[in-house]
Design a protein around this ligand. Structure first.
Ligand SMILES: Cc1cc2nc3c(=O)[nH]c(=O)nc-3n(C[C@H](O)[C@H](O)[C@H](O)COP(=O)(O)OP(=O)(O)OC[C@H]3O[C@@H](n4cnc5c(N)ncnc54)[C@H](O)[C@@H]3O)c2cc1C
Length: 235
């Protein structure tokens, strides 16, 4: 196996890589297989990126130079790899959506506790509608996204199609979460913007999830194909 994949989460720490590789270039996506590759195998190297977020996970590139892959490391034979990984995207996109909502909920919970504790102009922050309504609005958005997440998991558990719902979560949840965390920064005032609190790190992590596993534009193409039809969208 020979080639390079850039932008791989956990590349600097991984012991094993799941690799989609072209076994027969003439067959396009139908020539793709899925393989387990030992990161310590001869010919494998990885590089680490200096990223603003994803600090514990890390991200980097993986290079393979004539790496031998034994038969028992084949996950999907050439031809089945592309379809198999596409089905997994439906799950990973759903989970990313819920993960982002979880992070934003924590930020909002912190802002809510702070709003009850900190006093300005003789009242707790929470007594100012400018503060309490912001918490109410972001709670509404997060609840809506979480509900879509549970609905999507329900479709998956029932064996029903959920590609477009997963794509909806993937473009929408990180955006809603980013906005909620940013508002939580503002509701904490100067201390929220500081690295003394985890809010900046949460903001940077969620911004990475706007791109990883597929950008908003690609997700909207998937939804449009599902709703309008692939042929009509292609023109
Ligand atoms: C934090 C993070 C973690 C990641 N982890 C992994 C990983 O573990 N494994 C992995 O394989 N990859 C990973 N990635 C890579 C990620 O999947 C890609 O960066 C992403 O799919 C976008 O590809 P690109 O960077 O080549 O952007 P490009 O394809 O160059 O796109 C650039 C911009 O143009 C837009 N664009 C491109 N084509 C179209 C089009 N046809 N119509 C409209 N707009 C378009 C895109 O939406 C984007 O906004 C990660 C990325 C990040 C940021």
């Amino acid at each position: 196996m020979t080639g390079e994949k850039t932008s791989v989460t956990q590349a600097p720490h991984a012991n094993i890589a799941v690799v989609l590789a072209q076994a027969d270039a003439a067959k396009g996506t139908k020539g793709i297989g899925c393989f387990l590759v030992d990161m310590a195998a001869e010919g494998v190297s990885s590089q680490s990126f200096d990223d603003p977020g994803f600090k514990p996970l890390g991200r980097g590139s993986v290079t393979m130079d004539d790496v031998f892959v034994p038969d028992d490391h084949v996950i999907s034979t050439p031809g089945a790899g592309f379809a198999d990984i596409m089905a997994e995207f439906d799950l990973s996109r759903t989970l990313i959506g819920l993960l982002c909502v979880g992070s934003a909920q924590r930020a909002l919970d912190m802002a809510t506790a702070y709003a009850k504790d900190r006093r300005t102009f003789g009242k707790p922050l929470a007594a100012h509608q400018g503060v309490s309504f912001a918490i109410a609005e972001h709670t509404t958005y997060l609840t809506a996204v979480r509900t879509l997440g549970y609905h999507t998991l329900g479709l998956r558990a029932a064996g029903l199609p959920h590609t477009k719902e997963a794509a909806m979560l993937k473009w929408w949840a990180p955006k809603v979460a980013f906005n909620a965390i940013q508002e939580s920064v503002v509701l904490h005032g100067q201390v929220g913007w500081s690295n003394e609190m985890p809010l900046q790190a949460m903001l940077r992590d969620v911004s990475g999830y706007q791109i990883g596993d597929g950008t908003p534009q690609i997700q909207k193409m998937i939804i449009a194909r599902g709703v309008i039809g692939r042929d009509a969208v292609s023109g």
